[in-house]
Design a protein around this ligand. Structure first.
Ligand SMILES: NC(=O)c1ccc[n+]([C@@H]2O[C@H](COP(=O)([O-])OP(=O)(O)OC[C@H]3O[C@@H](n4cnc5c(N)ncnc54)[C@H](O)[C@@H]3O)[C@@H](O)[C@H]2O)c1
Ligand SMILES: [Zn+2]
Length: 279
């Protein structure tokens, strides 16, 4: 996308944001990139972030599979323990706070829909009752069996990971009910045991919000949502269509938009685009 086109689209997006009465923020892994977090774009992207997975020949789809918690829990917890520590130690970039100030000006009439499991929106003080974490959260745990539908906070657990050998160290997190291994309450690939109750309550609240805003001018701000698992992209596109809203798609690479909805692509990184739009 040429610079001139980007500038034009920024102006169009600013107008849309001015007129917005309800704001839906949708985000994928690209939202965290400017905070220093890796996205998992493509096999190579994933292997850059996890060189040991390359050594094992495991793609993201293969490693992010609940079977490892049974077959090799030390390997499974190396991956998720490392991510838990990384997300805990990461501070949300300024774009999160610019978005938060913006929605405040709109009377806090907003909702967030993200495939990120990192809890960065909560960390940036967005209202936790206005967030849908469609793939769950790394900050909650559940039983691998699972022996019940309970999930519980991961805040009290600490996992040390030997990154050289990609092994978590003892003790591994245990189920609070049966003592078996615990796993993150994240939707993995080929996952039949994810406990979805928490995400379902979040979706229930989102649907109430959408119903309340049926007649409002909804603007969707999408940041860093990839094409490999397009849940977030499709959701934003669907809402734009059904509610006659405007989708602002921020993505340095995957910025193409469908022609049958009102959509404004912005081919920039998340932080830079948000600054241009809101600062
Ligand atoms: N932080 C996290 O929680 C996290 C991180 C990686 C993967 N995941 C999980 O993996 C899956 C991956 O899906 P995905 O589509 O979110 O990620 P993805 O890695 O497939 O795609 C990332 C997207 O972000 C874009 N991007 C790269 N740099 C950017 C920047 N600076 N600003 C804005 N956008 C940028 C890329 O072009 C790409 O389209 C999801 O299911 C998610 O649950 C989560
Ligand atoms: Zn259990």
């Amino acid at each position: 996308m040429e610079n001139l086109q980007i500038e034009k689209n920024i102006e169009k997006a600013k107008e849309a944001l001015n007129l917005a009465e309800a704001v839906l923020i949708t985000a994928g892994a690209g939202m965290g990139v400017d905070s220093g977090l890796p996205d998992f774009r493509g096999k190579e992207g994933f292997w850059r972030a996890y060189p040991y997975a390359k050594k094992l020949g495991l793609s993201f789809q293969e490693l992010a599979n609940p079977k490892w918690f049974k077959a090799d829990p030390y390997l499974a917890w190396a991956f998720y323990g490392h991510r838990l520590n990384l997300y805990r130690n990461t501070q949300p970039h300024k774009g999160f706070y610019l978005l938060r100030d913006f929605v405040r000006k709109k009377g806090d009439n907003y909702f967030i829909f993200t495939s990120n499991v990192d809890g960065q929106f909560q960390k940036a003080c967005f209202d936790q009752n206005k967030i849908v974490e469609i793939h769950g959260s790394i900050h909650y745990l559940q039983c691998i069996k699972p022996c019940s539908n309970d999930i519980w906070s991961a805040d009290s657990i600490d996992i040390e990971v030997d990154m050289e050998n990609f092994r978590a160290k003892d003790p591994l997190p245990k189920c609070v009910n049966c003592g078996d291994i615990a796993r993150p309450n994240i939707l993995m690939f080929g996952d039949w045991s994810w406990i979805s109750d928490r995400t379902e309550s979040q979706e229930f609240r989102l649907n109430l919000w959408l119903n309340r805003n049926e007649d409002k001018n909804i603007v969707i701000i999408e940041i860093g949502a990839g094409e490999a698992i397009p849940t977030v992209r499709w959701f934003g596109e669907r809402i734009a269509k059904e509610y006659n809203g405007t989708l602002i798609r921020i993505n340095p690479r995957d910025y193409t938009v469908p022609s049958n909805i009102k959509a404004i692509p912005i081919a920039l990184g998340g932080l830079e685009a948000i600054k241009k739009l809101l600062e």
